[in-house]
Design a protein around this ligand. Sequence first.
Ligand code: ADP
Length: 599
Amino acid sequence: MKEKKKSSTQILLGYAGDRKPLTYLGLVLSGLSMLLSMTPYLCVWLVVRELVAVAPDWTRAETISRYGWVAFAFAVGGIVLYFAGLMCTHLSAFRVASNIRKQGVARVMKAPLGYFDANASGLIRGRLDASAADTESLLAHHLADVVGAAVLFLSMLVLMLVFDWRMGCACLLAAVISILAMFSMMGGKNAGHLAAYQAAQDRMTKAGTEYVRGIPVVKIFQQTVYSFRAFKEAIDAYSDNAEKYQSEVCEKPQSVNLTFTEGAFVFLVPVVLFLAPRAVVSGDLAGLITDFAFYGVFSAIISTALAKLMFASGNTMLANIALDRISHVMDAPALETVQDPKTPQDSRMEFRDVSFTYEGATVPALSHVSFTAEPGQTVALVGPSGGGKTTAASLIPRFWDVTSGTVAVGGVDVRQIDPHVLMEQVAFVFQNDRLFKTSILENVRMARPSATREQVLAALSAAQCDDILDKLPDGIDTVIGTAGTYLSGGEQQRIALARAILKDAPIVVLDEATAFADPENEVLIQRALAKLTAGRTVIMIAHRLSTVVGADQILVLHEGQLVERGTHTELTARGGLYARMWADYNQAVQWKLGERQAV
Ligand code: ADP
């Protein structure tokens, strides 16, 4: 356990770069500050010693004010050193947090696009941010506290045993009993109680979140708060658990703990009574009384110091959790790149015996698929849902890399092409293409940052977006997402198509959109698609068979296998899966027409 803690903190400190020594300096300062802040206790002892020595003529106690000042100076010195130490640990911790963020982002940038499918970018950001923040409190505060507590404990141990080891042992015994009592509340059979208590607390937090989220629903549907039975039950369960934990588990140990923390001198009394006769004989009764007073004051602190040190191990968990989250991001797979990339010769697209299995999946999403799209040809991927169409399209921009076989663009394996060149070569239009909260001009220009305003306008026009620009207050400069400028799904799709048109790549991979809200948008999108695909090699995932009739080649994918290929005429004549799909499609269209006529 200890070894692990050391290593996770060390790993985190690795991110501090040249500020790492500052952490060590900070820890040393924190330890020193603890030593300084112990000095006032020594002064108390000296004062008591002097008072006992001069009793009852207190006026002879001349040096006690000096001890007072010394105690004050050391206390202030301790605080100053503590702050200086914290400053050092903070400077280093800030660097760690910022380096974790920077390196995490750099790492994620190298990951294949498919990585973001399984790891939403918001989640990655959340993970990086939260862990970076966690490491900050760990490295800036907790570590210094652990060192402080260790120094406190060790120096107290030394002090206790130096003055009078017998009284020291009596105090330690009290401390050990109180610590054992404290731990008995958490370990052994009580661990189950603690776990149940924590689980009840978790449930209540979650139910609380649900409750807050559901408030609008309650308001809209005029429900009563009693609709949130789950929340109430969670609160009841928590309060039952808390009560049970407190009465069955905590009551006795906590009483023992407090008794021995606050009343350690109970052990001191018999020891002093035992030592007193000898002290009287040796004439050092004053010394004995001084020591007794000192231990009386000190005894309360030792168990606190011990507890602090033991609970500090809880921070190990914090460090490990933060590190886990960080390594999850840092272990993101990197897209493999080659030393001497090759340049695609033309816009031919080729799948040669391609198989692909998703990580963790048992059956391949694609198996032994081969086809070629000659320059300028349109190849449509059709088939039942789950057949592998999206997977096949995703392998072209290297969302994932093939498990076996080759995906080639312009005669070159995509893995041999510089990723930037590959991206220039292929334009992608997927269903969930995002528009950013910036102007339409910038949204489209993202595809080709060097494009002029006129070129962007031309692309928008080709994508049938003129009507969108006309109705927006600032035309092409309107910022999307600001008040009143939300675009419908179909409109967003047309802007995404303008992006692809502006990119002017020789190969287009597109997921033909399914959900058009209105027929007018559909017509415009079809026109925009015609502009985008003209003269280019097109790989199209087709959801509606009406759009594939004119394709040069139709590939029917079923359960990852390429089961049929050919033109529409060839495939309908064959009477296979495609022919059946076509018949179903026509029937559906007729039903729809029937519905419309009926209305
Ligand atoms: P289609 O586009 O034809 O509907 P997909 O390519 O989306 O088919 O899916 C092919 C198979 O791969 C399906 O069995 C699907 O469940 C699986 N699959 C798709 N995406 C993932 C993923 N990210 N992880 C694991 N399996 C996936």
